[in-house]
Design a protein around this ligand. Sequence first.
Ligand SMILES: [Zn+2]
Length: 250
Amino acid sequence: MKFIDCHCHIAENFFYKKMDFFVNEWDKLGIKKIGAMATNPKSTKRNLELASKYPDLFIAGVGRHPWGAHKFTIEERESFEKIVCDSRAEIIGEIGLDHYFVKEKEKYPQQKIVLEFFLELAQKYSKPVMLHMTGAENDILDILTTFQLEGNICCHWYSGPIDVLRKLSDLGCYFSINPAFLRSKNHRNVLKFVSKEKLLTESDGPVKFQGEPGSPSLMPYLCEKIAEELKITTEDVSNQIFLNYQAYKK
Ligand SMILES: [Zn+2]
């Protein structure tokens, strides 16, 4: 079987320092594509470098995560305007808003400015985006309706309200399922309300799952659990997700 991890932070030292070891391990497990998510200029640079070194495996994401939006500078803006033209920069992400883990409300306007800057780039260069939206699902929906994005949108680890889930789904968004769906009712709703052609799989590694660093190695297990939930075979899930990822990153 072939597996996809559309959202993993491979530029983090946990993976980066032992990359050859991990790549070999993922190859043995049938992990075919990994969406390398950026959180800042450093991980953006590493993602591009890794996509050059392992072009068949990594899809490079570029961007600034909402947790660090307050650190965004004019120089960074100019640098990202150039980076996004790089043919290896296939996805704009991880970008978005976070009004749940980020408690300081004074940081929210800057999150919005940074998100809109990256959505403008996505619109201009027709690139797909990977969105983080914890606690800000409605705000994300409002912002998305002000753009005409040609590239696809993926809502990562969605755990917001059902009505917003339905509206994002009506916009044609993809949704990436994290192994955390097993213990999150809200996240499980994605499997209930989104068509299976719009589902993707992710680890968000090295974010922990059951006390251990998450990684693409979790994808076979995740597909098995999704299959149980959807009452189809694991092979059907893995084939479907593979097709979905090709469609998403077009
Ligand atoms: Zn992430």
